[in-house]
Design a protein around this ligand. Sequence first.
Ligand SMILES: [Zn+2]
Ligand SMILES: [Zn+2]
Length: 382
Amino acid sequence: MANFYDILGVSKSASADEIKRAYRKKAHEYHPDKGGGNEAKFKEVNEAYQVLSDSSKRAQYDRFGDNYQNTAGGGQGGGFQGNPFGGGFDFSGFGSQGAGVEFDLGDIFSDIFGGRQERGSRRQRGVDLEMPMTISFEEAVHGVNKTITIEKQDKCHVCSGSGAAPGTKVVTCSKCHGQGQILTTRRTIFGNMQSASTCDKCEGDGKVPEVPCSVCNGQGVLRRPKTLEVKIPAGIDNGQRVRMQGEGEVGYKGSSAGDLYITIRVQASKDFKRDGINLQKEIPVSFVQATLGAKLDVHTLDGEIEVKVSAGTQPGTVLKVTGRGVPVINSGKRGDLLLTVRVIIPNKLSKKEKELLEQLSKAGGETAEVHKSFWESIKDSF
Ligand SMILES: [Zn+2]
Ligand SMILES: [Zn+2]
């Protein structure tokens, strides 16, 4: 296909005026009603003029060159037909040249593929928030209520999110007549396209406050601190999260709020270790208690309990206290408390104790001092 500039006989840099004059001359020359007219050439001249006389179409033509014929519909104002991408377009050049072309690929695609979603996106729920919280070991086992203060985007407390000053009304938007959208017809390389864009006056609401709330400037939302009671369930573990539904940031103009997630950090305990739902603790037992058996008072997270150590208990023995472990969240069940017996060997004895132990030793047939031959006998094992 011949170049539109060549058809009109003008240069690429021709002014609008030059193009107009060239067109008139050519149209006159080829007019089919005239003797010696040429209908085919007349049509060509008209097509060339339709494109080059329109600054935006001309710019597109300058960019796409001969491929412009694939979008010939653009010259007729009738919208495109068929597959717009079947014509061998190369979109790679988009955006990199830019010179004088008011053209946005994103717009074209959104127009083609179902239009814009602005109205919907404005209404999205607010964002979720996340914050850490450190609690003690005991609080994690028993559960705890905590008071926190977070700063977040919240519904305006003065206008309750309406954006209207107290005592004033919210009225229909005069710009979009309550539609929330404004239809615009734009020219694209695929022809004229109608697209709906969000009304900038009411931001898609279709309604505007008669007198905007002075506290939130009519936005219905504002950032402010909010104090919350957080219920941490018994049995929560390190790294688990507590979700507070609707306590995240409020959405646009007070639409539904996101959630607040509190990530729990549990401090270590010097007495207890946690193994899933079980608790572990060491209990010191004297060798006499371990030997003869005893009843011991043991400190647990539920207070003192009495634990029976039977006679002849060996070091490392694990005593299970059923149901004194960690609660399973929201189940009413609890794990167990596992007590590991640690036998304490005294390193200081009173004279009386020493005498008694020596008597004990003799009674059991031991010699009070370890015989030399004992060391000889074990030497080889090292
Ligand atoms: Zn307000
Ligand atoms: Zn509006």
